[in-house]
Design a protein around this ligand. Sequence first.
Ligand code: UT7
Length: 331
Amino acid sequence: MAKITAAITAVGKYLPEYILTNKELETMVDTNDEWITTRTGIKERRILKEENAGTSFMAIRAAEDLIQKNNIDPKEIDLVIVATATPDMPVASTAVYTATEIGAVNAFAYDLQAACSSFLYGMSTASSYIESGRYKKVLLIGSDKMSSIIDYTDRATCIIFGDGAGAVLFEPNEEGYGLQDELLRSDGIGRDFLKIEAGGSILPASEETISNRQHYVHQEGRTVFKFAVSNMADVSEGILNRNNLTKDTVNWLVPHQANKRIIEATANRIGLDSDKVMMNIHKYGNTTSATLPLLLNDYEKELKKGDNLIFAAFGGGFTWGAIYLKWAYNK
Ligand code: UT7
């Protein structure tokens, strides 16, 4: 019997309508379009403005987009994983609600949290279920409403993040397409440099934590930047070497969209030209768990069956890694 690999067979996305431009941010904090563009590559990001709408609102729409475009019967989905750093609520799984709302009534569901690496780690989890032969259709959604945890008076963070969601379906493949290899890492040293201090079990919410603005993302950007540049490049180079891939046999780098300079540093290390590097940070900013699936949506028409894709991400924790995947279809 042929070995079963886990292939991505469909993608979908949802982006909120509201566009927060660098120009508008100039009216909110002491910043300017030139600084944001040169330091990050971001020009605009999407913000979910609908009332009482959280991460599931976008996850459901991304999943429905995938289901409708590909004529999937949601009753056949075995498992729904929502990769997110901003669940609807601290308790009551966002994925469970999402699965019910999209009609995946025969699925079980749970959330997966690894900051900006949530989706990358989710690819590993989803693939393992498929490779084991246990499940046939695993829906992995990356969705984050970053605007719910961002301090729009803090110019060091509010210019970076945006809201959005992307979904992919993993299915078994017997021709060798799909996930080939992974190099996943984490290091607790990162805990102090990128965090939300309050609202968890160490420092539950109180009037004091609210007045101290401790429920927002706090990032020591320069430190995170240094770790991101070296670690994302290291794992990308490592996975190429381990699989005897070169800059000529890699078709696409699919990098987490945190900062254009981090992406370029990773591409340079593995010698890839910019036309092989997926990029949409200028349009959406850093959407945390949604960056990788949003890239696949934006570039789906350009992808060819058999293309070698290298996914790479770095995020809070620290968490990071790279995945080598062979694309499984032509659009
Ligand atoms: O996805 C999860 C992982 N996160 C990341 O990978 C993010 C990694 N970090 C970064 O992308 C970058 O560090 C930032 C984009 C966050 C910041 O860029 P930077 O080049 O590291 O700037 P910096 O923090 O070193 O700040 C340089 C200067 C400072 O002024 P002084 O001290 O040199 O006078 C900041 O106060 O720029 C100032 N600054 C700003 N100026 C205008 C900081 N934010 C802004 C701003 N507009 N929005």
